[in-house]
Structure formats: structure tokens, C-alpha cells
Design a protein around this ligand. Structure first.
Ligand SMILES: NC(=O)c1ccc[n+]([C@@H]2O[C@H](COP(=O)([O-])OP(=O)(O)OC[C@H]3O[C@@H](n4cnc5c(N)ncnc54)[C@H](O)[C@@H]3O)[C@@H](O)[C@H]2O)c1
Length: 332
């Protein structure tokens, strides 16, 4: 029997965590027979709510959940963890500027980077979900110098899953018959959902997504903005932000990182940029990656059209601006 794996989820009393904890505890992420000890971090005022979540986890009667550690202390939360889902962040309130939100949240990720550095396993894999996810991941990695920088990633898998779902619905095939849709850049409205390299299997035949969709105007004018604005559409309908789908995406991201991508398939992850595809270096930029033995690698050699080039530049520029603002806030 494998040793239990310690996994921390921050923002554990929040709505994404409410779905995510069940997925992790029942074996969707680290394999169905991997024993898990869950560390749950939230802020002091949420400890009562968190107690209810702990009760429900017990009541799920899950055979491989070997322990639950609820806490408001990062030193306890990050102790010996091998995987970290950093979900907790301050939500945007009415009247709050994007800058104020960035300021509040990057400070949280500085503190959590320091705690990971001090208490987590040195090979911990970190997935940042809390927004602005890419820049939070960058800041977190900077304050955890003893952990390899490639171990800090940001979530764009929800955007990828949304893109895949749009194409599957348009062509009329099950979701698993669509592969290799790419999300480039920032998890924000400047992200570039790119179907040019995607494939769709229709009646046993694998076609490129543009061939299968047969409607290039739809790809440019409906598909791209629908994916970019899907988060806002869910908020408008549900009066709360995406949670179940965000939790599923976080599970997918971490599972593929730990267990590897299938042959011929790639996924999108926000990772530390090495300048591939002309992206700015030293920002956390979403690229197509394959994963093997717990490591990701950027897929190389894809052709970038002139209009895609423009989109990549816009989202890259936004990430450079966010980095500048984040550093200014932290150094103030
Ligand atoms: N990357 C993505 O695709 C994606 C998708 C959806 C949501 N998000 C982001 O995920 C985050 C969480 O969303 P939610 O709907 O679960 O929000 P939520 O408000 O329901 O929950 C957030 C939780 O984080 C806690 N928290 C705040 N500061 C904390 C800290 N310093 N340490 C630990 N916990 C802290 C809060 O108390 C709360 O319980 C938000 O930032 C949201 O914008 C990202």
C-alpha cells in the first residue's frame, strides 16, 4: 500500500473547494488507490464553516481519505505537502479596481510562497487557481527559492475545457473526440483560445478542428469570445462564479501533471515562460504542454499565423504589466 500523500487546498471553506475536496478525496486526481491526507487552509473567520466541511468529508465515508487537517495556520497547512491547490483569494468586490484586487491577492501569494518554501516537500507541485492566477503563481515561486520554479503553475484548464466543449457541441461529437485545443497566455479576457492545432474525430476519421467545424467565421467571431467571456456568462446566470467546473479543471490539471498526458495529446497549463513562441520570459504564460514522470514540457514547432501572433502579443503584454504592478505592490 502506498504511503499517504499530503495535499493542501487553500480557500477550503469556499465554493470551488467544496467540489474540489470531494474529487481529490475520492481518487480522481492521484489515482483511485492512493491514500490521501487533506490539509485545509482558510482564514480564522471561516473556521466554523470549515468544521462543517470536515464533517461532510467524514460523512462521505471515503476509503482512501486517511486524515483531514483543518487550520488557519500556513505552517500547519503546508507541512510536508506534495501537492498544493492554491484556491483561496480575496474575491473582487463591487467598486474594487482590478489593481486593488491584484494588490490584495499577490500579498497572500507572497506569504504562501514563503510558507511553501519553509514547510512543504521540495518537490511539491503547486497549482494556483486564485486570481489573478498567472501572476499569483509567479509571485509565489519568487518567494519559494528552495523549490524549483517549474513546480509553480497556474490554471487555464477551465478555459481549455470550455473551448473543447464549444467545439464538441458545434460539431456534434462527444467531448473526448476533441483534443489539443490550446489556451495561450493569461487566464483573463486577453487569453487566446486557439483551435488551429486541435483535432476532432468524426465517424472514426480524425480531422483538424477547422475542417470539422467547416465555419471559419464561427471560430473567429463566436468561439473565441464565447470562451473568453464564459466566466462572466456563468456569473450573470448563477450570480456566483464558476465553481464545479473550476474544481473539475483543477483536478484535471493536477492529475495530468502527476500521472502524465496520453500519447498524442497535449493540455494547456500556465507555466514559467522560457520565451517559447515569442512569449515574454519570466511570466507565467499558458502554453500547450505534455507531461511525463511529473514534469511538463512545452510543445514546440507549432505554426503561428499572423493573427494568432497578434493575440499572443496582447496577452503577453498584459502579463508583463501585471508583473510590474505586482512587484510594485509588494515592494511598496
Ligand atoms: N483560474 C481559474 O480558471 C479560476 C476559475 C474560477 C475561479 N477562480 C478564482 O478562484 C478563487 C476562489 O474562488 P471561489 O469561488 O472558491 O471563492 P470563494 O470566495 O467561495 O472562496 C474563497 C475562499 O478563500 C478564503 N481565503 C481568502 N484569503 C485566504 C487566505 N489568505 N488563505 C486561505 N484562504 C483564504 C476565503 O475565506 C474563502 O473561504 C477566486 O480568486 C476566483 O477568482 C479561478
Amino acid at each position: 500500500m502506498a504511503e499517504p500523500l499530503r495535499v493542501v487546498v487553500t480557500g477550503a471553506a469556499g465554493q470551488i473547494a467544496y467540489s474540489l475536496l470531494y474529487m481529490v478525496a475520492k481518487g480522481d486526481v492521484f489515482g483511485p488507490e492512493q491514500p490521501i491526507i487533506l490539509h485545509l487552509l482558510d482564514i480564522p473567520v471561516m473556521m466554523g464553516v470549515l468544521e462543517g466541511v470536515v464533517m461532510e468529508l467524514a460523512d462521505c465515508a471515503l476509503p482512501f481519505l486517511r486524515g483531514v487537517v483543518p487550520t488557519d495556520d500556513p505552517a500547519v497547512a503546508f507541512k510536508d505537502v506534495s501537492a498544493a491547490f492554491l484556491v483561496g483569494a480575496m474575491p473582487r468586490r463591487e467598486g474594487m479596481e482590478r489593481k486593488d484586487l491584484l494588490g490584495a491577492n499577490v500579498k497572500i501569494f507572497k506569504v504562501q510562497g514563503e510558507a511553501l518554501d519553509k514547510y512543504a516537500k521540495k518537490d511539491v507541485k503547486v497549482l494556483v487557481v486564485g486570481n489573478p492566477a498567472n501572476t499569483n503563481a509567479l509571485i509565489c515561486s519568487r518567494y519559494a527559492p528552495s523549490i524549483p520554479r517549474e513546480n509553480f503553475t497556474a490554471m487555464t484548464r477551465l478555459d481549455q475545457n470550455r473551448a473543447q466543449a464549444q467545439i464538441a457541441a458545434k460539431v456534434g461529437v462527444p467531448i473526448q473526440q476533441v483534443s489539443n485545443v490550446i489556451i495561450w497566455g493569461n487566464h483573463s479576457s486577453t487569453q487566446f483560445p486557439d483551435a488551429a492545432h486541435a483535432s476532432v474525430t468524426v465517424n472514426g476519421q480524425t480531422l483538424s478542428a477547422p475542417e470539422a467545424v467547416k465555419d471559419s467565421a464561427w471560430l473567429d467571431t463566436v468561439f473565441v469570445p464565447t470562451v473568453q467571456k464564459r466566466g462572466a456568462a456563468v456569473i450573470a446566470a448563477r450570480k456566483m462564479s464558476s465553481a464545479m467546473s473550476a474544481a473539475k479543471a483543477a483536478s484535471d490539471h493536477m492529475r495530468d501533471w502527476f500521472l502524465g498526458t496520453a500519447p498524442g495529446r497535449f493540455v494547456s497549463m500556465g507555466v514559467l515562460s522560457d520565451g517559447s513562441y515569442g512569449a515574454p520570459k519570466d511570466v507565467v504564460f499558458s502554453f500547450p504542454v505534455t507531461t511525463k514522470n511529473g514534469k511538463w514540457e512545452i510543445v514546440q514547432g507549432l505554426t503561428i499565423s499572423d493573427s494568432a501572433r497578434k493575440s499572443l502579443d496582447v496577452t503577453g503584454k498584459e502579463l508583463e504589466e501585471e508583473r510590474k504592478e505586482a512587484i510594485a505592490v509588494i515592494e511598496a
